[in-house]
Design a binder for this molecule. Structure first.
Ligand SMILES: Cc1ncc(COP(=O)(O)O)c(C=O)c1O
Length: 398
């Protein structure tokens, strides 16, 4: 190709994935897609946001349409500090907290700040594909810890930290992990902090699903137990309000936050002033907790619908996680099957349904017999139809 010699070295690892191309096929209107990690669009508070938009334009249009500072609107940051205290048990000030374009930008900024080529990031295995996409451009090496129903395996983490040089940070999604839907136990969170302290590494705590808990007890955030300023916390409005607004936040030690804001300034100057105003005023005019409560009960209902049909329709060789929150379950199918091949050859053409094949979630030692199955974005009757059809195929291939 004409430009091949001109591209930066980092582009060697920045490539479209086969799974993304496969998922593009799932975008046709007649496909029942359990693929995207999307919230249910019928639950967006659109009427309320029309009122908020009108209010902002009438009373503060000039400011809301103007540039603002790179760290974001102070009043929204103040509100988020109060929310961090209330829902996350974290004491912070607006010097620790700044606004980003969703958690995705937070992962990019953290990797840009800490990773030189060859440095090591420790992740869960499987882990969030979007995290790997953000990190890959900085050419890290990965070390991974396996997962069970209580989260990351801490013995494996200890072994990695003991034997590996240049570990910069540990990336974890402790609440309703993407893709598995499981939570890290309190005991493991404490051990994670102790290990990070012993080996002097940063913890990146990514929490977009934390507030969507519909069963069980909240486990304290890792950040709330951080006595040594080594946890960077990522929050997001994507799953509790709207992903299209592209807003999230970082809570970090002051010095790290200031450096990340410099990198954000270089990347995009700031988040949309208008969207920050909308969210800020939304939280003044309406009760966001009431809205989140509506989401919780809807997603609990959808989860129940999906797991019941799985129980009835899937062969005994299959198992799946029972998430107490979040948007998806992690399906394990007969180990003789490859979930990507099954989707391409049977599920898409015959069932007109889709999931995310699990392989892309493994940075190392890829396993092929898993899939992430989303229930938040599909109407109940379509969940029943789609899961029954997927089950019939899995039974036939079993
Ligand atoms: C674990 C995890 N982190 C981060 C994100 C990024 O979300 P956003 O950038 O919309 O806040 C997602 C989105 O699905 C996610 O699942």
């Amino acid at each position: 190709m004409l430009h091949d010699k001109l591209y930066a070295e980092r582009m060697e690892v920045v490539k479209p994935s086969a799974i993304r191309e496969l998922l593009a096929l799932a975008n046709q209107p007649d496909i029942i897609s359990f693929g995207g990690g999307f919230p249910d669009p019928t639950l967006f508070p659109t009427e309320k946001l029309i009122n908020v938009f009108t209010d902002v334009m009438r009373n503060n249009g000039g400011t809301a349409l103007q540039y603002t500072s790179s760290d974001g609107l102070p009043s929204l940051r103040e509100k988020l500090c109060a929310r961090m205290k209330k829902t996350g048990g974290v004491d912070c000030t607006i010097e620790n907290l700044f606004i980003i374009q969703g958690g995705q930008q937070g992962m990019d900024l953290v990797a840009k700040l800490f990773i030189d080529k060859g440095d090591v990031i420790v992740t869960e295995r499987p882990t969030f594909l979007g995290g790997l996409i953000a990190f890959n451009q900085y050419q890290p090496q990965y070390k991974c810890c396996s997962m069970d129903k209580d989260g990351m395996n801490m013995d494996e983490l200890e072994e990695i930290l003991k034997t590996t040089k240049k570990v910069k940070f540990i990336y974890t999604i402790p609440d309703f992990q993407n893709p598995m839907g499981v939570c890290m136990s309190l005991e493991r969170k404490k051990r994670l902090l102790a290990l990070a302290s012993k080996y002097n590494v940063i913890i990146l705590e990514d929490t977009p699903y934390r507030e969507i808990r519909y069963e069980g007890e909240h486990v304290p955030t890792i950040k709330s137990m951080d006595k040594e300023d080594r946890v960077i916390f990522l929050g997001s409005f994507s799953k509790i309000l709207s992903p299209g607004m592209r807003l999230g936040w970082v809570v970090a030690p002051k010095e790290i936050a200031a450096k990340m804001v410099l990198l954000k300034m270089a990347a995009d100057t700031q988040c949309s002033t208008l969207n920050m105003w909308l969210v800020d005023r939304f939280m003044d005019m309406y009760n966001i907790d009431e809205h989140i409560e509506v989401l919780r009960s809807a997603y609990l209902r959808k989860r129940n619908v999906m797991l019941k049909v799985m129980q009835e329709a899937f062969p005994a060789s299959c198992s799946w996680t029972i998430p107490q929150g979040g948007l998806f379950t992690w399906l394990t199918i007969n180990p003789k099957l490859d979930s990507e091949k099954v989707m391409k050859e049977h599920i898409l053409p015959e069932a007109r349904a889709a999931y995310v094949p699990g392989a892309g979630f493994f940075p190392l030692n890829v396993e092929h017999n898993h899939a992430r199955v989303n229930y938040s974005c599909v109407p109940d009757e379509k969940i029943i139809e789609g899961i029954n059809k997927v089950g019939a195929i899995l039974k036939r291939l079993d």
